[in-house]
Ligand binder design. Structure first.
Ligand SMILES: Cc1cc2nc3c(=O)[nH]c(=O)nc-3n(C[C@H](O)[C@H](O)[C@H](O)COP(=O)(O)OP(=O)(O)OC[C@H]3O[C@@H](n4cnc5c(N)ncnc54)[C@H](O)[C@@H]3O)c2cc1C
Length: 452
């Protein structure tokens, strides 16, 4: 058994951020990760047959991701991302294409102009969207958050008399992309908070940011290098199965039998894993377990298609009137050359995620041909389907009443994207919560050193 100051369990972005911030302040950190690499739900790999770099699912960042941008700076990865100049979302429908593009004017005029000149919406749709946006900006903040958390996005949209087209073209894709949840079940509180922090905040906060390299090159690998250089002990393929209190220290035990002991323990793992660990532990908190079990997961499905050649598709497009929600032309997203492929993304659709690979690929091909008829004559050479069943926690209504403290007991902390009180399960939530936990530990450590 070895002795450390802090044990971090989980090498996703929350765990990476916590370990890095604690290490930067001089604490001796050990990090245990169940897989063979860091990055958690944001990772990439080299696809065997084509050699292409493939993400476990396309991730988009926003200018509003200030904590993630700080982390990228610490990791030396800022040059690996590509921000848009201003918000620009191309839309594709079988009938044609339309771009939602913020104009080069001071905020919010640029965005307003973008909406005004967006041909996929009619005047009445735009008026209704503008009215609800204004309400969100001026009035929503005055209500207690819990009031909105009980109301679904769909109910908010219907109560504000959004048109069918405004819902289909704007609200539904935005909710699916940011909350990974259908409008029928998504919490309007999380949508309101997301809009306030992004589109309604500033031109910079509204920009979309692409990872120009595989996600592991941007996050996991540089984090591993920096943590090692800082002296953090990294233990891979160590799944923690239980924890127990040993006088004033915490001990974790892994499936392989490894035991570590430290006064501070950070569990940076999702609620489903946390429940398993806590149920197998001598330290128990039944109320907490009950709350954790209320967190459900929402899937993201990615269908990657390698055609013999590609028509001139845009870098990415939102797809209307199709079960496919987004298409990304990966050669235009990633800096690396390599065989071009299309990545299709479908969020929060458990029914489709359940279908088998052949069915999904055939469906995707048929759908894509409606948008790009040229594809009918181009052979599909390779395909791959990635199903992330637990892509994010489900940002459905009612979760705020389950507020859970970061500190469960003296020295015992939990963190992760799902701990964010306002934002959905995103990279930014994970990094922000990891940072917050590190700050809580540092504060506690500083106050205990003051008293000794
Ligand atoms: C397909 C997909 C697309 C996404 N798209 C976007 C997007 O466009 N924009 C965006 O902002 N976010 C997106 N996300 C969400 C984002 O990836 C997550 O919110 C974020 O990565 C969560 O980080 P985390 O550290 O909280 O959790 P995780 O990444 O889940 O990290 C937890 C870590 O703990 C490890 N672990 C679990 N249990 C144990 C145990 N018992 N012992 C040891 N280790 C354990 C896991 O292996 C994992 O590495 C997407 C996610 C997916 C899957």
């Amino acid at each position: 058994m070895s002795q450390k100051e802090v044990i971090v369990v989980g090498g996703g972005l929350a765990g990476i951020r916590a370990a890095l911030s604690l290490g930067q302040r001089g604490l001796k950190v050990s990090l245990l990760e169940k897989r063979a690499f860091l990055g958690g739900r944001a990772y990439s790999f080299q696809e065997k047959k084509t050699g292409s770099i493939v993400d476990n699912g396309q991730h988009l960042l926003m200018g509003a991701y200030s904590e993630t941008l700080n982390l990228l700076q610490d990791l030396g990865s800022l040059d690996k991302i590509k921000p848009q100049d201003s918000l620009h979302v191309p839309y594709q429908s079988p009938k044609g294409q339309a771009d939602l593009r913020a104009a080069n004017l001071p905020h919010p005029l640029g965005l307003a102009w973008g909406f005004l000149s967006f041909p996929a919406l009619k005047a009445k749709d735009k008026w209704k969207i503008a009215k609800l946006m204004r309400w969100i900006q001026k009035k929503a903040a005055k209500f207690p958050p819990r009031a909105h958390d009980k109301i679904s996005v769909k109910r908010m949209l219907l109560e504000s008399q959004q048109t069918e087209r405004a819902i289909k073209v704007f609200w539904e894709p935005f909710t699916l992309a940011t909350l990974n949840e259908k409008i029928e079940t998504a919490s309007s509180h999380r949508l309101i908070q997301t809009l306030q922090a992004s589109l309604l905040k500033s031109k910079e906060a509204s920009q979309l940011i692409f990872a120009g390299e595989g996600l592991s090159e941007v996050f996991g690998k540089p984090a591993e290098d920096i943590l090692k250089k800082m002296g953090t002990k990294l233990f891979f393929q160590e799944q923690i199965k239980s924890l127990q209190k040993q006088k004033d220290q915490w001990e974790v035990q892994s499936q392989s039998g490894k035991k570590l002991l430290a006064p501070y323990l950070v569990l940076a793992i999702p609620p489903t894993s946390l429940v398993k660990v806590l149920e197998a532990s001598s330290w128990q908190d039944p109320t907490l377990l009950e709350k954790l079990k209320k967190f459900k997961s929402s899937p993201i499905l990615s269908i990657n298609l390698w055609y013999k050649k590609l028509p001139d598709t845009k870098k990415f497009s939102a797809l209307l009137d199709s079960p496919l929600q987004w298409v990304f032309t990966k050669a235009k997203v990633l800096h690396q050359s390599g065989r071009p492929y299309l990545s299709l993304v479908i969020s929060a659709d458990s029914d489709l995620t359940q279908k088998n690979k052949n069915w999904l690929v055939a469906m995707a091909q048929k759908e894509l041909e409606k948008f790009f008829p040229q594809l009918k004559d181009i052979p599909l050479e390779h395909s791959q389907v990635i199903k992330e069943w637990e892509a994010t926690y489900s940002g459905s209504t009612g979760l705020l009443s389950e507020a859970i403290p970061f500190q469960l007991a003296q020295g015992l902390f939990i963190t992760g994207d799902w701990m964010h009180p306002d934002f959905p399960g995103t990279l930014e939530s994970a990094v922000a919560m990891g940072q917050k936990t590190a700050e809580l530990i540092l504060k506690e450590r500083d106050s205990s050193t003051e008293h000794t």
